[in-house]
Design a protein around this ligand. Structure first.
Ligand code: NAP
Length: 291
């Protein structure tokens, strides 16, 4: 099966969308589907790798806010949403923390039937596996994703408890070490048991921080939205794209690509490998998000 559709097939399977100027590397403008296809994410998978290739996709205002009024919707624009969906359409699994699933009311990962068919024609499953990271398993049964019979959902948890029966097809990855989530073991199980080779993490900031600390993020896609939000949350701090324990040393990033659409910058960074012990012990939270 061909990894890329022919241009005529592409034209048939998606309507014209926002155009992205390619700043780095320079190139012809392209729409979100063409951009995502050009990333060729499946080719980045390491043969015999113990975990999936992990991409973090986040949006921020120019003043660093990752949420406005407790949600992310006001940050992005049409181009951001189209790239968000095109990235989803390119991976084996989409992961989010339960906090994000709750507030953003996660629904079906690929709502568009044409996009699902296109995935199948490219040798992918109809939809990415939806992975929800949760300790408390406190997810409302009317969460649209859980109410969707076609959804394949894996709950990644250190807990032995289960959610009530849901219309969605539910599985569990139970990975616990000393009572807290063992993220490397969970990722290895997603790879081995569910054949997840590429995983797109959509946040939120607390899950992001843990994945980065565990050295399990390969790339960061950052939509830098031309907006200023100001303000702070109830704790006196505004939520940024990473939350939780402070890193002992700032993590180095390498700029791999840059796009622009309607004054939004879409930056693609490689996350440079570094020592596994990234957290400053002094800033380790006494009560983690782990259970
Ligand atoms: N700007 C953006 O691109 C963007 C993207 C996503 C989200 N957001 C915003 O970010 C906010 C939500 O993010 P958040 O950081 O508060 O929450 P989050 O990271 O999405 O989720 C945190 C929750 O995930 C579970 N979890 C995370 N790590 C865990 C671990 N090691 N073990 C067990 N469970 C774990 C816990 O769920 P339980 O409580 O169920 O135990 C925890 O409460 C919202 O305002 C949302 O709009 C913005």
């Amino acid at each position: 099966m061909s990894a890329q559709d022919s241009p005529s097939d592409q034209a048939a399977t998606h309507a014209p969308g926002a155009l992205f100027k390619r700043l780095l590397p320079p190139g012809e403008p392209a729409d979100a589907v063409q951009i995502a296809d050009g990333l060729d994410l499946q080719a980045r998978v390491r043969a015999g790798g113990e975990r999936p290739y992990v991409i973090l996709n986040m949006a921020s205002t120019v003043d660093g806010r990752a949420s406005i009024g407790g949600r992310s919707g006001a940050i992005g624009d049409r181009a951001d949403r189209e790239l968000f969906h095109a990235l989803r359409a390119s991976v084996d699994a989409v992961m989010a923390g339960a906090g994000t699933v709750r507030v953003e009311r996660y629904g079906r990962i690929i709502p568009d039937a044409q996009t699902r068919r296109r995935r199948v024609s490219r040798g992918l499953s109809e939809e990415p596996l939806a992975c929800i990271v949760s300790g408390r398993l406190s997810l409302a049964p009317d969460t649209p994703l859980l109410a969707e019979p076609a959804a394949r959902v894996v709950v990644v948890t250190p807990s032995g408890s289960s959610l009530p029966e849901t219309p969605a097809q539910l599985d569990y990855v139970r990975a616990s070490r000393d009572g807290v989530l063992d993220l490397p073991a969970a990722m290895a199980e997603l790879s081995g048991r569910f054949a997840v080779r590429t995983l797109l993490c959509e946040g939120g900031p607390h899950l992001n921080g843990q994945l980065l600390l565990a050295g399990m993020v390969d790339e960061l896609f950052l939509s830098f939205s031309p907006k200023l939000a100001g303000g702070e949350d109830a704790t006196g701090e505004a939520l940024r794209i990473i939350a939780g324990a402070q890193f002992r040393e700032p993590l180095a990033l390498e700029l791999l690509g840059a796009l622009e659409s309607g004054s939004t910058l879409f930056l693609r960074y490689g996350v440079c490998a570094s020592a596994p012990e990234r957290v400053s012990r002094e800033t380790m939270p006494s009560s983690s998000l782990a259970s």
